[in-house]
Ligand binder design. Sequence first.
Ligand code: FMN
Length: 213
Amino acid sequence: MIKVNATDHLADANRTAPPERDRQTALQLFNAISTRRSFGLKDLSPEPIDRALVEQMLEAANWAPSHGQTEPWRFVVYSGEARRILGEAFATAFRLLNSDIPSTEAGERNQRERVWQAPVWIALGMHPDPKMPEWEELIAFGCAVHNMQLMASALGLASKWTSGAPAIHPHVAEVVGFAPPTQLYGFLYVGRPAVPWPQGKRRPLAEKVRWVE
Ligand SMILES: Cc1cc2nc3c(=O)[nH]c(=O)nc-3n(C[C@H](O)[C@H](O)[C@H](O)COP(=O)(O)O)c2cc1C
């Protein structure tokens, strides 16, 4: 019989000592998860935020799991004057979506102006690897966006995933630089909160879980 020493695996370059875990870490994690909130665009301050904070959010996203290490998340970050490009793209998408109504001017203006309310807009793209079922790629991508939102929240930032029709329009995808098979699933806007932190609400877990023992 081969005797395995408990620390033998540490000789493997791909492995390391287990991270320190204690109850406090678990409580902090739960607190970060349960207090992560989505903020309405009008509840953000338009003041710029440090690029380092956004980089931390993107790093967190990059640690999402993916089957087969496909890492299908793709992001394009808009800030400063570059948001004008985005506003124009949203406005054009709005016009294309409403070609049956006489005037889209007011709606287009709204799309153009809304980009200035949040200092950072992150285009959320999913680049599926054909070797995996697409649903698995989509879920991995969703985990990445959630990681990003958790980090934003933990940093005291306000964010929301916005996936309305203009935000996922093929014209906007083209402007952002996502060509098929990469798909645009909306944007995460980010900024400092201009209002008190919102309260969360969930229906009871018991409605969604069945234990079989
Ligand atoms: C995939 C996805 C798309 C979303 N799209 C929108 C959206 O287009 N507009 C919106 O107001 N909220 C959107 N949300 C945010 C949800 O409304 C929000 O997560 C929900 O109300 C729960 O609030 P919480 O995030 O504060 O827990 C989206 C969330 C997800 C996960």
